[in-house]
Design a protein around this ligand. Structure first.
Ligand SMILES: Cc1cc2nc3c(=O)[nH]c(=O)nc-3n(C[C@H](O)[C@H](O)[C@H](O)COP(=O)(O)OP(=O)(O)OC[C@H]3O[C@@H](n4cnc5c(N)ncnc54)[C@H](O)[C@@H]3O)c2cc1C
Length: 386
């Protein structure tokens, strides 16, 4: 779908097309790929054709230029069927968004058109073995030598790093800087000599998609790949991308919740105990009602944060609330659906166990829910100072 300027009808048609694709192409293979922990190459090719790798990249660079709200709805549709594939284009698009927002024109021209088609697929390389929530504690260091930087250090949990082509790499260009964030920079790191991809980590859920350890050993990257061309901006640039990142994770949580609820609604009508369908028991009704209410409440918060983001307004409070509510709705619904499925929930013949294994990541990634609660509280005080 290429277009000059998108209309609401275009967006609705795209959301419908993605929903139909997810039902037709993802649902039948999700369990098999997940249990085998196998990368879905064919699905990636289909996602390229659908334009998903360019979903939020500007039309001038060959992307679809979708709003955050349209994108969030697409992510929800995909995650309601199988969450993992949404990660293949999601962290890629966070990298693209950092380049589009903060990169030099040369960087945008060089990377964005190839990223929009999925020819170059990216990842975000932030977390290190000693630093996740406290990103300012990272130890990977870049030292300038002529027209290159030489990078040494290691990263972990970097999703898309085995099958992708490069990463948005957060490093220290001045490890002694005080405050620490002033010494941090971002690089567009392509896979060349010294960029070493370790083993694919074995995970509870979010399988099929590759999350790996990376090590950088005298890895040389051209000065031209320093995002924005100026040292010391990395922490600010990453923080800028986090609002959209949190909306995306929130949308994935809503998707998991929606998918788990749908399965529970079906099973509660199919299965009978004590002479009546499960849903006729009040205890099961309470679960279904609470699940639906959490999903719809979280969806409204995703919408609120997305619309603010699309209007160019500050939305750190709303994005944090959406991420908290969306991920908790996903976790709540997956767990309640497990209870409704009873013993069968433990069988890998049923898909609900995958939702249960996938859901907790939404509570941990893109700012853990504990960290997010502290952000929400600080924002509330700032906005309601006495
Ligand atoms: C499957 C998977 C995929 C991932 N993909 C990527 C990726 O693509 N790129 C990437 O860079 N990273 C990725 N990550 C890493 C992820 O972002 C981090 O795991 C996350 O940020 C948490 O960091 P941590 O694991 O170091 O936990 P820690 O920071 O050590 O936190 C441990 C616990 O302490 C709590 N805590 C820490 N500090 C505070 C505080 N100040 N106040 C209250 N509570 C606190 C946390 O909430 C958490 O419960 C991935 C992780 C997983 C599991």
């Amino acid at each position: 779908m290429t277009m000059q300027s998108r209309s609401e009808q275009d967006d609705l048609a795209l959301i419908d097309a993605i929903e139909a694709w997810a039902e037709k192409e993802l649902r039948p293979v999700a369990r098999q790929f997940d249990l085998a922990d196998e990368y879905p190459h064919e699905i990636v090719e289909q996602m390229k054709q659908l334009g998903l790798f360019g979903a939020t990249i500007g039309e001038q660079y060959g992307g679809l230029g979708l709003s955050a709200w349209t994108y969030a709805q697409i992510v929800t549709k995909v995650a309601s069927v199988w969450m993992a594939p949404s990660g293949i284009f999601n962290s890629h698009l966070i990298m693209a968004s950092a380049i589009e927002r903060y990169g030099t024109e040369e960087q945008k021209q060089k990377y964005l058109p190839r990223m929009a088609t999925g020819e170059f697929r990216g990842s975000i390389g932030l977390t290190e073995p000693n630093a996740g929530s406290d990103l300012q504690a990272i130890r990977t260091v870049a030292k300038k030598q002529g027209d290159e930087y030489v990078i040494n250090g290691s990263k972990t949990w970097i999703t898309n790093s085995l099958h992708g082509h490069g990463t948005l790499l957060l490093v220290k260009t001045d490890p002694k800087a005080d405050p620490r964030y002033k010494g941090m920079s971002l690089f567009i790191a392509e896979k060349t000599e010294g960029f070493i991809v370790g083993n694919k980590l074995k995970k509870l859920g979010y399988r099929s998609i590759d999350s790996c350890e990376l090590s950088f050993q005298d890895y040389r990257v051209p000065v031209a790949n320093l995002v924005g061309g100026q040292e010391g901006q990395g922490f600010f640039q990453i923080a800028g991308g986090l609002e959209l990142g949190r909306i995306n994770v929130a949308a994935r949580g809503v998707g998991i919740g929606e998918g788990a609820l749908k399965m529970a609604l079906r099973y509660a009508q199919e299965r009978s105990t004590f002479g009546k369908p499960l849903w006729n028991h009040q205890a099961v009704q309470l679960k279904l009602a609470d699940m639906a209410t959490q999903v719809e409440g979280a969806r409204q918060l995703v919408k609120l944060a997305s619309l603010k983001h699309d209007a160019g307004e500050r939305c750190d409070l709303e994005a944090a609330m959406a991420k908290l509510a969306g991920s908790e709705a996903g976790a709540f619904c997956a767990q309640e659906a497990m209870r409704i499925f009873g013993g069968f929930s433990y069988s890998v013949e049923y898909e609900i166990e995958r939702y249960y294994r996938d859901c907790m990541l939404m509570c941990i990634g893109e700012g853990s829910n504990e960290i997010l609660r502290t952000i929400i509280a600080k924002q509330l005080i700032e906005r309601h100072k006495i």
